[in-house]
Write a protein that binds this ligand. Structure first.
Ligand code: P6P
Length: 345
């Protein structure tokens, strides 16, 4: 990895902002507030094993507040950190059924923040890496008014910034504002995110595939053929691939972003839309991976061109190295064509 400058996230955001003369600094301040919230979440995630804040213990803490699950803690932390900065007109969280309005006594800004506060939190008992995923849009309704569902239900191509924080062996924030993908590692000694990965590019082709093979029986026939293809031996095309599946999207995508490979959460006969959420998981990850030179589709269509209909809607996702995603699309298209031919008799 090339020697990168000693650069904090705050300094990097300001430098990026300077490249856009029209920038007002609002987005920079929004990202700064967001990074602050994730530092607090990182602290709690890293001591979760010590302090029993997993699951509702039913106990009340000294303030008489009910002890919360870690993902609800993360949700509350993000809402409290972001609702008064004056940069947002609305928020939406995977943990909240409806959009989250900005309290009346706070200034209403021009951005919308959607987030999955703690993706993969069911894994934390096993000390597996988990993450916060965020997606930022500019509002589409008139300034000054409370944000609406219309401001939140925008296709992924309208994102102005997106990223994730992975709480793992170290805490790392990876984001894009449309000018490449950059990674910052949290130095706990002085609580700053320091640039550690400038301009991350995902290899055009990988040697890793990530999917829950326990669902094999329910998959599309083309996907079954593709996975078997990856398991054949052919040194020229680096097959057989290795399978790596942590069951935590942020961790799986982070590894594949750095090493190359493909992550898949497909539709199947039991879940026609797959499992992962378009607005909180798939769109932000798609923005990042495309900015890093990769590809993200639902098997047929670009994830970021899907017009959202519901805030919590799920979509199938194939995301990662461009050539690998194109290859699985080819296998599924061929299977569809064969199905049509055989159905015509
Ligand atoms: P499965 C975690 O629960 C999550 O939302 C993603 O982080 C992860 O990729 C996926 O679900 C794992 O789902 O069905 O394979 O356990």
């Amino acid at each position: 990895m090339s020697q990168v400058r000693f650069l904090t996230l705050a300094r990097h955001i300001i430098e990026e902002e300077r490249k856009h003369p029209e920038a007002t600094g609002e987005l920079s301040k929004l990202l700064h507030d967001l990074s602050l919230a994730t530092k607090v979440i990182s602290l709690e995630v890293n001591k979760a094993g010590l302090v029993d804040i997993l699951g509702f213990t039913g106990d009340n803490n000294v303030h008489g507040e009910q002890v919360k699950k870690l993902d609800m803690f993360a949700h509350d932390m993000l809402v409290r950190a972001m609702d008064h900065g004056g940069h947002l007109c609305a928020m939406a969280s995977e943990e909240e059924e409806y959009i989250i309005p900005i309290p009346k006594h706070f200034h209403i800004g021009k951005y919308v923040l959607l987030f999955d506060p703690l993706d993969g939190s069911s894994n934390i008992d096993a000390n597996v890496s988990i993450g916060t995923i965020f997606s930022i849009y500019k509002r589409v309704t008139p300034d000054g008014e409370p944000g609406t569902l219309e401001d939140c239900l925008q296709p992924g191509i309208k994102q102005v910034a997106a990223g994730y924080v992975i709480y793992g062996s170290s805490t790392m924030l990876v984001y894009t504002a449309g000018n490449g993908v950059h990674g910052f590692t949290l130095d706990p000694a002085f609580g700053e995110y320091i640039l550690s990965h400038l301009n991350i590019h995902i290899p055009k082709k990988g040697k890793i595939y990530s999917i829950n093979e326990g669902n094999y029986l329910y998959w599309h026939p083309g996907l079954k053929k593709y996975i078997k293809y990856l398991q054949e031996e052919d040194p020229e095309t680096h097959r057989p691939y290795s399978t790596r599946y942590i069951g935590s999207m942020v961790a799986d995508i982070h590894r594949n972003l750095l090493y190359g490979g493909i992550f898949m959460y497909p539709a199947d006969s039991r879940h026609p839309n797959g499992k992962l959420r378009l607005m909180y998981e798939c769109n932000p990850m798609a923005f990042l991976i495309e900015q890093a030179g990769g590809r993200a589709t639902n098997g047929v269509k670009r994830i970021m061109e899907i017009q959202p209909e519901r805030i919590h809607q799920r979509v199938p996702i194939f995301i990662g190295s461009e050539e690998d995603v194109k290859m699985v699309e080819k296998f599924m298209a061929e299977a569809e064509a064969n199905k049509k031919i055989t159905s015509k008799g």
